[in-house]
Design a protein around this ligand. Structure first.
Ligand SMILES: Nc1ncnc2c1ncn2[C@@H]1O[C@H](COP(=O)(O)OP(=O)(O)OP(=O)(O)O)[C@@H](O)[C@H]1O
Length: 393
């Protein structure tokens, strides 16, 4: 019996029906301009285009493709999953079907699932994730991933709104992105993206949840809904350290971190653990918000993070009749903060309530005022040189 319960057929039996014993097409199909016969090597090559949705790498290099069987125009692929109840089975099946049906001669695709042994699973995760005491690969200095910590002084200025919309804009611009919601006490990313799904945890590795095309992890996905988090600082730091170490992000182009407001412990923990992180400061136009945003920016500098710019949120509303900017909140907070921190204002986001118009979706449409502003910020940010620096001890 094969790994997945089917009888392993002899090599000759696995030949496509239209091949002879030498493997040549029966009747000289190739010489008559007919399609090349299907081959196991060809199918495996095509399967290199199919990725495990959680790990983000192809099924072949992860050693998940265990059998390829060809019977005429019918192809059966045996896939070893990391866990029996893997929630990604449906998507993997669909992706395999979509890819293989592009091959001439394939009419029917079957996917048989099996499960890796404990040893295979451990090997897989130590290969993709590194040792247990390390930071997740994306956060290490040598990784190409840029970590953008979105900070604000005051709560309620739209820091989380900026974090998720910036991530979405970076994704639309073709970058791979993930979000770490480090706002432990007031996590709002799951609400903004409309998913409190529990993450899949395998061998101690936590796989981010995906919603609206964005991968993210948040305390909101790890604790019961409505449960208030009343943790003392050491516990919070422990939880955060776990999120920085045990979540499997792969190595996306960007990880956007939604930081808690203010200048507290969490920000210091992130700064110490991920010295390559770059801080993006969010403020509103009002003077009091700007004053504390400067404090948050200075704290980031003190913690040796590089401040890359300022986003002024809720800058203005657009008059529906004349299209002019209405300075509802007055002030010039963005420019004041940027001046104090000696960086640029990377963008000004207009006021537009009801981001998408649907509950559980705080992403602004790309053709809205905020959507365009976020696209511009993403463009400017992606054009900046990635930070490479040594850890300050
Ligand atoms: N540009 C905008 N136009 C209109 N409403 C906005 C805008 N930006 C944010 N909001 C709204 O303001 C409120 C606060 O936003 P958000 O939760 O992003 O702020 P925050 O700074 O992350 O808050 P907290 O400190 O609670 O984490 C939300 O209801 C959000 O929908």
């Amino acid at each position: 019996m094969g790994l997945f319960g089917w009888r392993r057929r002899k090599r000759e039996d696995r030949r496509p029906e239209h091949q002879d014993a030498a493997g040549d097409p029966v009747g000289g199909a190739a010489s008559q301009g007919r399609p090349e016969p299907l081959s196991e090597a060809g199918i495996r090559e095509a399967l290199k285009d199919v990725r495990d949705p959680e790990i983000g790498r192809d099924l072949v290099s992860l050693n998940m493709v265990r059998e390829v069987r060809i019977e005429g125009s019918r192809v059966t692929v045996g896939v070893a999953l990391t866990t029996g109840g893997c929630p990604m089975q449906h998507r993997i099946t669909q992706d395999i079907r979509d890819r293989l049906s592009e091959i001439e001669g394939v009419e029917d695709v079957e996917v048989d699932f099996g499960v890796m042994t404990d040893r295979e699973r451990q090997n897989l995760f130590s290969t993709v994730h590194g040792g247990p005491d390390e930071l997740a690969p994306a956060f290490r200095d040598e990784s190409r991933t840029r970590v953008i910590a979105v900070v604000s002084g005051k709560g309620g200025v739209g820091k989380s709104t900026v974090a998720v919309n910036l991530a979405a804009a970076l994704k639309s611009a073709g970058h791979s992105v993930a979000i770490l919601d480090a706002d432990v006490y007031g996590s709002s990313v799951p609400v903004m993206l409309g998913s409190r799904e529990r993450p899949n945890v395998v061998e101690g590795v936590i796989f981010p949840v995906e919603a609206r095309g964005l991968k993210f992890i948040s305390m909101g996905n790890l604790v019961e809904e409505g449960q208030a988090i009343i943790w003392r600082a050491p516990i919070v730091n422990k939880a955060l350290t776990q999120l920085m170490r045990d979540v499997y992000w792969d190595e996306p182009d960007f990880v956007v971190v939604d930081m808690p407001p203010g200048t507290g412990d969490v920000a210091l923990t992130i700064a110490q653990r991920i010295p390559k992180a770059e801080a993006l400061v969010v403020t509103t136009p009002q003077a009091d918000a700007a004053r504390v945003a400067v404090k948050a920016g200075r704290m980031a500098v003190q913690a040796h993070l590089k401040v890359i710019g300022v986003v002024e949120n809720m800058s203005y509303a657009t008059c529906p009749d004349c299209g002019k900017e209405l300075q509802i909140f007055g002030g010039d907070g963005g420019r004041a903060v940027a001046g104090a921190l000696e960086v640029d204002v990377l963008g000004r986001i207009p006021i537009l309530p009801d981001a998408s118009g649907e509950p559980g979706n705080a992403l602004y449409p790309e053709d809205s005022g905020p959507g365009r502003a976020f696209a511009e910020i993403a463009h400017r940010l992606a054009g900046m040189k990635a930070r490479r620096r040594l850890r300050v001890l």
